[in-house]
Design a protein around this ligand. Sequence first.
Ligand code: GAL
Length: 392
Amino acid sequence: MASLYHLLPTLLAITSLTIASSPIQKRLNTTVGITPAMGFNNYNAGLPPSAETALNAADALISLGLKAVGYEYVNIDDGWSTMSRDGEGNLVPDPEKWPDGIEAVASEIHEMGLKFGLYGDSGTETCAGYPGSQGHEEQDAKLLASWGVDYWKYDNCATPSGDSQPRYETMRDALLATDHDILYSLCQWGQDEVWTWGAEVGHSWRVGGDITNDWESAASIAASNAGIASYAGPGGFNDFDMLEVGNGALTAAEERAHFGLWAISKSPLLIGADLATIGNASVEILSNKEIVAINQDSLGLAATTFQPPGAPEPSTDSLYPYWVGELSDGYVVGLVAVDAAESLSVEFADIEAIGAGTFAWTELYTGESGTGTGVSADLEVHDMAIFKVTAA
Ligand code: GAL
């Protein structure tokens, strides 16, 4: 099924290329999720959904300097509860995984200056077979709020057929009715053109199936969603899925491009690696302050592809080398060596969003900077250069 879900956004993105300029009408009236969420999630690394995992990750976010860069949420995915609700219908933290319960862990994490997130499902069961929230939305939202849960990822397994939007709205209303601001992360794999209504329902929405730990997966997620970039805006973002940076399969160049494409596309940046064993080179990529600042820019606009003269037509089927996005204080230009090591260059005059002129630029991975009418980069295969472009 995962591969089918994966195709959907590609097909829909092609149709949405023509309508993508429609303005986003409404955003949730909350104080959270204004910029893309940043933090950690245990799922990609296969770490157990336990107190130990959460507290270790919180410690590591601090000791590795990642909290200082903006990584804030410690999120625990599927499998944290017991297999059935209690006599009153409440979800129960698995006592083996949470010996002191959830509230104690959430408050310890709050004391560290971080936030705590959990996972649930809009159907009768989560994808791993734990209880889902269908029919218990209000009760579950109240329980989460009482524990101090700050982030709720809401999945789409074991659901009735038909439109997913009403299910996601039921939980939105339940969360909004609590006295705690909870970031609401929709995870229905890009179905029902979620990007067209996601901002009215949650703070981010997954645009496709699960990422896998390889370059092809990261490249295809970025490629297939270039057409829906315009649906991102303050308080609501396309979620490309949790990062695979630091999980051992990608080259350093691929990690730079994966992280860079997520960042400029305004995807949430949720680290999916085991922070106890992650390599320094990966931490360095994740902690690139200037690239994080592009992701967190107050304008909230996502970069998308542009076609310089002589370049092939952009396609959502395969990763495109040329990317541009508007920032509150300039532009971001991304260049990706898609198939081979190559030298790429563009003139600002050929980028409609920028236009002819002399600008100052800095390449954010190398720190190189200059002033001129364009930018260029010598890249190894699958590497990415990210230029911040500002008035000269
Ligand atoms: C999937 C979801 C993944 C992960 C998994 C847990 O549906 O897309 O991100 O949460 O369920 O079972």
